[in-house]
Design a protein around this ligand. Structure first.
Ligand SMILES: [Zn+2]
Length: 64
């Protein structure tokens, strides 16, 4: 069993834990997972926004 040290409270805990059991600080690995998840969500919303923009440009009447 290997342990990692919490950056926040410097206590040791099992590396399989996602959060420090003492201060609830997420581990570096967990933080990276969460960041990747947020990035994925952001890209999805961004693509939806682009599709909506293209639709609006095509759908709205032009003043020509
Ligand atoms: Zn901690």
């Amino acid at each position: 069993m290997s342990e990692i040290k919490c950056k926040h409270c410097t206590k040791n805990f099992d590396k399989d834990m996602h959060y420090c059991p003492y201060c609830r600080t997420p581990t570096q690995q967990q933080r990276e997972l969460e960041t990747a998840e947020i990035k994925k969500k952001f890209i999805r919303y961004f693509l939806i926004l682009i599709v909506v923009c293209i639709f609006m440009v095509l759908w709205l009447p032009r003043n020509t």
